[in-house]
Design a binder for this molecule. Structure first.
Ligand code: GLN
Length: 384
């Protein structure tokens, strides 16, 4: 190998499915229900706050762990929504996107000879982060019908090398949520095998019907061994602002910050100020999201009621899986491309989130879109 050739540490990884499908949607002028992002504006007061802080000169480095005023707002948010108290100094780190928080948590905690359990279908950034840390991802599938964890199967996958488990609820891409009994099972598992937990809770406020979000922060047993990762991108409809936060006990926070300071060092300053302003002014805002997105889910599912898809309404996130097994037997990766090209509706094939893709036939559609666009997309999908 020539010295100028980069060393490929991720030989099995290509361009992400989100980049591929959004780009294909744009090439074909398709309705883009693939990559998850809202097509409606962020709250105007939030955008005005960003403009204000940019022009007011708040444009230099923030403290490495994040602006203290934002960390204080995050603690107020956690007290309000999860009834937990956190120390902004030693337990909360503002990160430039949940992706970076997840990466740093993994990088800080696992290495050579360690195994990390991930539950398939799993969000695409977990496995590469584990591989880059030098550890091995052990993929355990969620139950095929409910997309909830099979705790017996997870327990059977634990070895003396298992160091961490990554969970994600509400779950991308399936829209399932963890129930109280899952948290109890996780507590037992983590304590019995002394595991660290990374809990990806970026869709914490997008939970529908009779479901509630169960944060690992609400369980004293889990809280002592977890990194809980959140994203302002989802909660405030600003995915492009790439800002989130990680909550972990002091020793884990210290380890995370050690890595974070050399990956990005800090998150963007005026964005942090703007979010702190907005959280202080409208602390009740996140509480409006569940009804808002449930309405969008219902608009989309209702508009599809005469289609040939089998539909189980999503319990959380802004994604809806559609089972197309009554329509055709084409592989989901091929079908997503085909429909983007031929029907001009783009979606995400979910087999790419599995180590061993199952035989089920699902595509994921993002419903964080205007009702008019959802109805237009549904009309096209009904005709297939
Ligand atoms: N999380 C978003 C989704 O699931 C995509 C983020 C990204 O493009 N990396 O669609």
């Amino acid at each position: 190998m020539r010295r100028t050739e980069p060393q490929d540490k991720l030989p099995d990884v290509g361009t992400t499915i989100f980049t591929l499908m959004s780009s294909l949607a744009s090439t074909h002028g398709a309705i883009n229900l693939s990559q998850g992002f809202p097509d409606f504006p962020a709250p105007p007061e939030l955008c005005a706050a960003l403009a204000h802080h940019g022009t007011a000169g708040n444009n230099q480095y923030a403290p490495m762990a994040g602006l203290m005023r934002l960390r204080v707002e995050i603690c107020a948010h956690l007290a309000r929504y999860r009834a937990v108290s956190c120390d902004p100094e030693h337990e909360v780190t503002v990160v430039p996107g949940a992706t970076e928080g997840l990466f740093c948590a993994i990088m800080a905690s696992v290495g050579k000879d360690d195994e990390v359990i991930v539950l398939d279908p799993s969000y695409d950034s977990y496995d590469p982060a584990i591989t880059l840390a030098g550890a091995r991802a052990v993929h355990v599938p969620l139950q095929t019908d409910t997309f909830t964890p099979d705790w017996e199967r997870i327990e059977a996958a634990v070895t003396p090398r298992t160091r961490m488990i990554i969970i994600n609820s509400p779950h991308n891409p399936t829209g399932s949520v963890l129930h109280a009994q899952d948290i109890t099972r996780l507590e037992h598992l983590a304590e019995r095998h002394d595991l660290l937990v990374v809990s990806d809770e970026v869709y914490e406020h997008l939970v529908f019907d009779a479901h509630t979000h169960h944060s690992v922060l609400q369980s004293p047993a889990l809280r002592a061994r977890s990194f809980a990762v959140f994203s302002f991108g989802k909660t405030y409809s600003v995915t492009g602002w790439k800002t989130g936060y990680c909550v972990a006990p002091p020793a884990l926070t210290q380890a995370l910050r050690k890595v974070h300071q050399f990956v990005c060092f800090v998150a963007v300053t005026p964005v942090q100020h703007a979010i702190a302003d907005f959280m202080a002014a409208q602390p009740q805002y996140p509480a409006s999201l569940a009804a808002f997105y449930q309405g969008k889910r219902d608009t989309f599912c209702t508009a599809l009621r005469h289609s040939r898809f089998r539909i189980t309404p999503s319990a959380g996130t802004y994604f809806q899986l559609l089972d197309y097994s009554d329509i055709c037997d084409t592989a989901d990766t091929e079908l997503a491309e085909q429909w983007t090209r031929d029907h001009r509706v783009a979606s995400i094939p979910i087999s790419v989130f599995y180590q061993q893709p199952p035989t089920q036939r699902y595509l994921r559609f993002c419903f964080a879109k205007s009702d008019a666009l959802l109805e237009e997309a549904a009309e096209i999908l009904c005709a297939i």
